[in-house]
Design a protein around this ligand. Structure first.
Ligand SMILES: NC(=O)c1ccc[n+]([C@@H]2O[C@H](COP(=O)([O-])OP(=O)(O)OC[C@H]3O[C@@H](n4cnc5c(N)ncnc54)[C@H](O)[C@@H]3O)[C@@H](O)[C@H]2O)c1
Length: 435
């Protein structure tokens, strides 16, 4: 059993803290956000993530998981310090490391015995060296090891991904640090999950190379989907056949309105910036970003087509505000790109999402929000599906037609039956299936 402090109680920090306590460690999750910590201490979970509530509840009961704002005290009392604060993107595309730097300074003042300082936040190659420098600068005690342990969990299945990952990546300079980290992940490691022990720089690069590759795959299938529309081919059949080739795999071959979320957009940009810094333009990822930006514009064009090029004054029902199903995270979601554009063009927007409305309201308070899809689509001129929540997959199309003032739909996630839409005489658009 190790004493661990996880700094940052967001999507990654909170899940990591809960997961590590499930592995038997005594974990405290700390955050500068008093409100978040108060909520957690009151038994309320500030994010929507399947399985997280029960994992937190059971580990709190077993007295293995705690929440606190007293960051320095928790650092002093811990053997392992995990940095899981945000690394958002600056206006120029580079990574904003200010939260990581600020945490590193706090840690450096509080090292009182040998500790492992481990970064789980996604940081560009070279950040590890920078963190080590900060740690050394403010303290006479140099008895620590720095470790890079990038996190690969996906929002929506974060608990499962943390507890049963495909692989672990540990960038460590000393054998001692690597073996301590192996012990931290003992339940995973005895299950024969591959543990990749590498240098700090390689660990940092693995995270960017993985995320950017997935984003590239999405942009690639979107490019193919757009071409399918021109040549009268069905992208679903194309993707299915491609995916049966083991070298390609079927994952991340789903066409749609473009990638979003808290990771792919900023991580692809960061990789491009890294390339520029080291005078090696990463052209494939530059292209993936460009295709992604154009993809949301194509969605606007599709909506314009469905409304005979008259968006102004039209009522548009948007279903799905989160960047993917099973999360309340709206960072860089399609809705955040498409809704402001529709409003600029004079549309009246009705919006619904099973869990993300409260987060969306913070940035877009003036939309007409509803509590179910039926009320959202009432008298709408067009319905736009932007997130593939299961409840939208199962929409009763006959009912939808009756409720709308005009039966027109953009199914940007290709989740509805084209045959049924055709039969009901919907005017419809999708991505790559204009057959
Ligand atoms: N969200 C994901 O799916 C995902 C997956 C893998 C990796 N990552 C990476 O993990 C990191 C965290 O992402 P996230 O989505 O959890 O971010 P988040 O914004 O949800 O959470 C970050 C938390 O850090 C806290 N924080 C900021 N400064 C702090 C400080 N000085 N001391 C204590 N707490 C502080 C914030 O209050 C916030 O609660 C990022 O680098 C991200 O790229 C995210």
């Amino acid at each position: 059993m190790k004493k661990i402090v996880v700094i940052g109680g967001g999507y990654v920090g909170l899940v990591s803290a809960a997961g590590l306590s499930e592995f038997g460690h005594r974990v405290t999750c700390v955050d500068i956000d008093n409100n978040k910590i108060n909520q957690l201490n009151d038994g309320k979970i500030p994010i929507y993530e399947p399985g997280l509530n029960s994992l937190i509840e059971s580990n709190c009961k077993k007295k293995r998981l705690y929440f606190s704002v007293d960051i320095e005290k928790e650092i002093k009392e811990s053997d392992i310090i995990i940095i899981a604060v945000g690394t958002p993107q600056k206006k120029n595309g580079e990574v904003d490391l200010s939260y990581v730097k600020s945490v590193s300074k706090t840690i450096s003042k509080s090292i009182n015995k040998y500790k492992i300082i481990c970064t789980k936040s996604t940081v560009p190659v070279g950040a590890g060296k920078m963190i080590e420098k900060i740690l050394l600068k403010n303290n006479d005690i140099t008895d620590f090891d720095y470790v890079s342990n990038p996190e690969f969990l996906r929002e929506g299945s974060a608990v499962k991904d943390f507890l049963i990952p495909d692989r672990l990546v540990i960038g460590a300079k000393s054998e001692k640090a690597f073996s301590i980290m192996k012990e931290v992940y003992r339940p995973i490691y005895i299950n024969e999950t591959p543990i990749i022990n590498t240098t700090i720089e390689t660990a940092e690069m693995i995270k960017y190379a993985s995320n950017a590759f997935l984003a590239l795959k999405i942009s690639y299938i979107n490019d193919i989907a757009n071409l399918c529309e021109e040549v009268n081919a069905d992208v679903h059949e194309v993707a299915k056949a491609m995916g049966q080739d083991g070298r390609i795999s079927s994952k991340f071959l789903h066409p749609g309105p473009g990638f979003g979320g808290s990771c792919f957009p900023k991580d692809t940009l960061a990789l491009v910036q890294m390339g520029k810094k080291f005078n090696y333009p990463v052209k494939t990822i530059e292209a993936a970003i460009a295709v992604n930006q154009e993809q949301s514009l194509r969605m606007i064009e599709k909506i314009e087509y469905l409304l005979d090029n008259k968006i102004s004054g039209k009522k548009i029902a948007v279903l799905g505000l989160s960047f993917k199903p099973q999360t309340d995270d709206i960072r860089e979601s399609s809705a955040t790109k498409i809704i402001p554009e529709l409003i600029n063009k004079g549309a009246l927007v009705n919006a619904y999402d099973p869990v993300a409305i409260e987060n969306f309201k913070i940035y877009y308070p003036n939309l007409n929000y509803f509590e179910n899809w039926e009320d959202t689509v009432k008298d709408a001129d067009v319905c736009v599906i932007l997130t593939e929540w299961n409840e939208f997959r199962g929409i009763d199309l006959e009912k939808l037609k009756l409720l709308m003032s005009n039966p027109a739909i953009l199914d940007s996630k290709n989740i509805l039956s084209i045959e049924k839409l055709k039969k009901l005489d919907f005017k419809y658009e999708n991505v790559g299936r204009k057959i």
